[in-house]
Design a protein around this ligand. Structure first.
Ligand code: FES
Ligand SMILES: [Fe+2]
Length: 412
């Protein structure tokens, strides 16, 4: 296993614009450092708010060693807690989603309110203080219907993202949406390979026949470097969408940790369907037309998303081990859209179910090749893989800084 210092040395020694060293994609020590320095410290996308439609709705997720439960409380607020009983540590909620009036531990029935307060604990004797045994909180924010959690004691700033994301998402009416479908797959590859694969479309023509009906794989088309700098086609699309009240122009974090932009689909396609037409008859929120393209939202380390005129698709990436990653995809439609009348589930989901499976295959084969001692990091294409270079730079920069030797505390 690579140590802290060895991992940092490998990151510092990496060749710019090249794939990473083998161990950075498979070593258990590096995996633990990724958890400690990124997944336990950054804001992570947890779920779209419609997964929790009413008070008492809950959902669970596993972030490295930490089981977390996210609950919609009686006041409508979404809150997150460590999914660990304060008695002897039982995991409180074992199912992925559910609904309950209170959170009751299955072991000895300690009972917590939806706000995490301990309401009931049988026979705990004199002097037992229920107020000191509420569930431990996890930082949680709902940004326009996208729920993020952070395990750090002090989370990183999120105000800039909150401002941009809520403005961009407002017309998509995520809070007035419902879950049409959800899929969770496990990809036998390191989480960084899953992200890298998502950040380029160099592979799209070879791997994604159904997605390529509607999504351009031309990097020149999608290239953008600022709110006024993009291809002529994208600038025209931004102007048309903005005139209809849709925030659209490329907006990003200073360190590129998140980015937002609305891009058109190919040939005025309306949605990610085989026919290129909308899959859902009722549009999302106040979306003014079907061919608004897709609002792309990335947030490192664990999400990319598409918000279209007729539906939205969210993606959550959670590492399971050095070489396994869980990817959860959720399809959202207007809450009043009725399956069988306003949409057909197969039409809505088939393109991204196919695409996810195709991506799973390329990531798994990528991991298998990297496990070979003969693997040598190759160069990224500066034309096709600029997004991958940017992701790897983000990762290496963050990790190198966080793994830096701490300055010695000066003696008094
Ligand atoms: S461990 Fe939860 S009630 Fe005992
Ligand atoms: Fe792909």
């Amino acid at each position: 296993m690579l140590t802290h210092a060895q991992t940092r040395d490998r990151l510092i020694a990496r060749r710019p614009a090249h794939a990473l060293d083998r161990d950075l994609y498979c070593d258990d020590g590096v995996y633990q450092l990724d958890l400690d320095n990124i997944f336990y410290r950054e804001w992570l996308f947890a779920l779209p708010a419609p997964v929790l439609p009413k008070p008492g709705s809950f959902a669970t997720l596993q972030i490295g060693a930490y089981p977390v439960v996210i609950v919609r409380s009686a006041d409508g607020m979404i809150r997150a807690f460590h999914n660990v009983c304060r008695h002897r540590g039982q995991r409180l909620c074992a199912t992925t989603t559910g609904s309950t009036p209170n959170l009751v531990c299955p072991y000895h029935q300690w009972t917590y309110g939806l706000d995490g307060k301990l309401l009931y604990a049988r026979d705990m004797g004199e002097g037992f203080d229920p107020a000191a045994h509420g569930l431990k909180k996890v930082h949680c924010v709902d940004l326009g219907g996208m729920v993020f959690v952070c395990l750090a004691q002090v989370p990183p700033p999120i105000a800039d993202l909150a401002k941009s994301l809520t403005a961009f998402l407002a017309p998509s009416g995520l809070t007035d949406a419902k879950v049409a479908h959800s899929s969770t797959i496990v990809e036998k590859g390191n989480w960084k390979l899953v992200l890298e694969n998502n950040r380029e479309c160099y592979h799209c023509s070879g791997s994604h026949p159904s997605l390529c009906r509607t999504f351009s794989d031309n990097p020149k088309f999608a290239a953008m470097s600022g709110p006024d700098e993009a291809s002529a086609e994208i600038l025209t699309h931004w102007k048309r969408c903005e005139a209809a009240g849709l925030p659209s122009r490329f907006t990003h974090a200073d360190d590129m940790g998140w980015r937002l932009a609305r891009v058109p689909l190919l040939n005025n396609a309306e949605s990610y369907t085989m026919s290129t037409k909308a899959a859902v008859a009722k549009r999302m929120g106040t979306m003014p037309f079907n061919d608004a393209g897709t609002l792309l939202f990335y947030h490192y380390p664990n999400t990319w998303n598409h918000f279209l005129g007729d539906h939205a698709i969210t993606f959550r990436v959670l590492p399971i081990s050095a070489t396994e990653t869980e990817v959860t995809t959720t399809w959202l439609v207007h809450k009043d859209a009725v399956e069988g009348e306003d949409y057909d589930l197969k039409t809505l989901t088939e393109v991204w179910l196919n695409t996810n499976d195709e991506d799973r295959q390329v990531v798994e084969e990528n991991q298998k090749g990297i496990l070979s001692p003969a693997y040598e990091p190759g160069p990224y294409s500066p034309i096709q893989e600029e997004g991958v270079i940017q992701f790897v730079d983000w990762y290496a920069g963050l990790m190198t800084g966080r793994l830096a030797p701490q300055p010695a505390v000066a003696a008094e």
